[in-house]
Design a binder for this molecule. Structure first.
Ligand SMILES: Cc1cc2nc3c(=O)[nH]c(=O)nc-3n(C[C@H](O)[C@H](O)[C@H](O)COP(=O)(O)O)c2cc1C
Length: 253
């Protein structure tokens, strides 16, 4: 077992005094990293329901907060594309571009508005969507279809330390971190912020799920290499950081 020291250090404030004088990539005027991971030109894109047209998720906030809990049993009911659009928008939706194109403003906060994530979806039961792996394109509010694999659910559950319910949700959200997006501004201070940012996004997903009769369970226990391999990300510039299993539940709103 490694010493706890490096883990505990990560939780401390970090060298902000040094950072103020540091030659960060941003201060060196290096170009900011892309706000969204590029996708292949010939990719199959799926339109989502625009945020202004969403009709779901109308319960009072106080009720959404009060009913928030983790759910690990889901019904066989599919999510609609509108519901999925709402969940994605709640978790990472873009409200605008700022800092002359170097930052996005989203439905969740992020240290320095760096928004260092991509969101992948293991789609199992969503009306109108072929099961498979997708990536959310927050700038376009579209989905990019990546590939289908009949074993995807099984492999996802396996990568999440064999937590069987992971393979039984309607959709598994998987957040990857792209650390350079935050390091460009914050260097060594970026990593604690990234961990905190992931929590904000997942919490929005909890509240949004609860407001559409869906249940969610956050997943922090997973095998890094297996999940990165499943997503075909390099494990260095981009790697899985968090997941959330979503599915319809018996309790109706
Ligand atoms: C960072 C984090 C990681 C978690 N990882 C898992 C997990 O891998 N498997 C699981 O079943 N629950 C996981 N959970 C859910 C917690 O077990 C759950 O939030 C906790 O038991 C409190 O229950 P509640 O969310 O219903 O209030 C995780 C929650 C968080 C916030």
């Amino acid at each position: 077992m490694e010493s706890m020291e490096s883990g505990r250090k990560l939780l401390e404030a970090g060298p902000w005094g040094e950072w103020l004088k540091q030659d960060t990539d941003q201060r060196k005027k290096l170009p900011p990293p892309p706000l969204q991971k590029p996708y292949p030109e010939n990719a199959k894109l799926i339109d989502l329901v625009a945020p202004k047209d969403l009709t779901v998720g109308q319960i009072p906030l106080i009720e959404a907060i009060n009913r928030r809990r983790s759910h690990r049993r889901y019904t066989a009911e599919a999510l609609t594309l509108e519901e999925l659009s709402f969940l994605l928008w709640a978790a990472q939706g873009v409200r605008g571009i700022a800092e002359k194109g170097a930052a996005t403003r989203r439905t969740v906060p992020s240290g320095g508005s760096r928004h260092p994530f991509e969101v992948y979806l293991v789609v199992n039961r969503v009306t109108g969507l072929e099961p498979g792996l997708y990536r959310y394109l927050p700038l376009d509010h579209k989905l990019c279809f990546l590939w289908a694999d009949s074993e995807l659910n099984k492999k996802t559950a396996q990568a999440c330390l064999k937590q069987a319910f992971v393979g039984k949700g309607a959709v598994v959200f998987i957040w990857t971190a792209l650390p350079y997006r935050a390091e460009w501004r914050y260097t060594i201070l970026a990593h604690k912020m990234i961990a905190m940012d992931a929590g904000h996004s997942c919490q929005n997903l909890y509240l949004a799920s609860g407001s559409i009769s869906a249940g969610i369970c956050a997943i922090g226990a997973y095998n890094q290499e297996e999940l990165d391999t499943l997503l075909k990300v390099d494990g260095t510039e981009e790697f899985a950081i968090y997941a959330g299993v979503v599915g319809k539940i018996k309790t109706k709103v």
